[in-house]
Ligand binder design. Sequence first.
Ligand SMILES: [Zn+2]
Length: 206
Amino acid sequence: MKALIVVDVQNDFCEGGTLEVKNASEIIPIINNLITLFKKNKQFIISTKDWHPKNHKSFAVNSNKIIGEIGELNGLPQVWWPEHCIEYSFGAELHPELFYIENTIYKGTDPNVDSYSAFFDNGRKRKTQLGNILRKKGIHEIYIVGLATDYCVKYTVLDAIDLDFKVNIVEDACKGVNLQEFDSELALKEIVHKGAHLIKSTDIKF
Ligand SMILES: [Zn+2]
């Protein structure tokens, strides 16, 4: 069995959200096609949600910092973000046009550490259940799509490689924040260098 991991396709990361990725919703029909394909072939599908308590310290307002600047949070480099994906809020919900996905992993729930990867927090102190869930199902190969290429997609891919999964990143089904102009391009280069396979959604066949 293979797995499709749909990273953070939440309202706050889409158009009109507090941490909007430009043209994010363009990837939704592509992801929906993949959800249909994976369901039809009885493969595993799981979504991830950035899920922060309101007092999360990665929010600039809670750490007395300026949005977009880089500082340090508990000894780790930290970009200061606008408030986003606050637990149970509309912004934290998956985009309404995204097809239904039965399984969800929540990350970023600890107010003292950010969590870009769907496997571990940024300090690698705690893990989510994602690795265990995939292993229990005997899954060795995964396909990663979603938001944003240069943060949560990138770190999810890097951890998946570390955990010995065969990782495919579906380029046309991801979009980046690009705080700096070439961040997404550099992220893709880095993850390919580390061993991920860069593919197009139309390359996926069962
Ligand atoms: Zn976040």
